[in-house]
Design a protein around this ligand. Structure first.
Ligand SMILES: C[S@@+](CC[C@H](N)C(=O)[O-])C[C@H]1O[C@@H](n2cnc3c(N)ncnc32)[C@H](O)[C@@H]1O
Length: 196
């Protein structure tokens, strides 16, 4: 999989564009800056946006090509982010975060629960979780995401991944994506907001 992502990010163009995801932006724009964790951040569009708003950003991904593009984007926007190359299963950090954003972070079912369990613990008590990913209804629609039902989200699946959040809203929504070459057109997504 790492090879797949390095290949996708080797193109000059940004696979999901350089602008932040719309749902992420709408959530960030209504909160004061703090410390944010962006797992599986790819080419850095969300991390860089958060940094321009004054957030202290820690991002990570398994892809070196993703990191390279993210650091170039940060430089172009005259801001800075911390970006690590690490597998989500092995991510570790001594201090917690005010907000975590899971953006289209789809993984095989065998590692889904262990990965989200590892990452959820880095949100501080009272901290916020925001998630957007493709729903199982998006299978075969051509607007993006894995073409494997087992790697997609349902409200039920996401609720069980995020059960350790005190308040949690999870819903399905029809959206129009316009994010680079690989997220284009009408899509069914799962969104979630939670507080620990
Ligand atoms: C669809 S991209 C989303 C990128 C970014 N969140 C965005 O919305 O622009 C999925 C990302 O997950 C990363 N990824 C998948 N499995 C991972 C793992 N186990 N550890 C770290 N990154 C992973 C991939 O390298 C890829 O960059």
């Amino acid at each position: 999989m790492k090879q797949f992502w390095n290949q996708r990010y080797s193109d000059k163009a940004y696979a999901y564009g350089t602008e932040p995801n719309a749902f992420f932006k709408s959530q960030l724009d209504q909160r004061p800056p703090g410390r944010i964790l962006l797992p599986a951040e790819g080419e850095g569009r969300n991390a860089v946006y958060a940094a321009t708003l004054g957030w202290d950003v820690v991002a990570f991904d398994q892809s070196e090509a993703g990191k390279k593009k993210a650091m170039q984007l940060a430089e172009a926007k005259q801001t800075s982010i911390s970006y690590r190359i690490v597998d989500a299963m092995d991510f570790n950090e001594e201090t917690t975060f005010d907000l975590i954003f899971y953006g289209f972070f789809h993984v095989p079912p065998t590692v889904l629960l262990p990965i989200y369990t590892n990452l959820n613990k880095f949100v501080r008590p009272g901290g916020t979780l925001v998630l957007e990913g493709f729903s199982t209804k998006n299978l075969g629609r051509g607007s993006g995401g894995p073409q494997n039902e087992a790697m997609l989200f349902s409200t039920c699946r996401v609720k069980s991944l995020l059960h350790d959040f005190k308040t949690l809203e999870v819903w399905e929504e029809e959206v129009m994506l316009n994010e680079g070459r690989f997220h284009q057109g009408s899509a069914s997504v799962i969104r979630a907001i939670g507080v620990k």
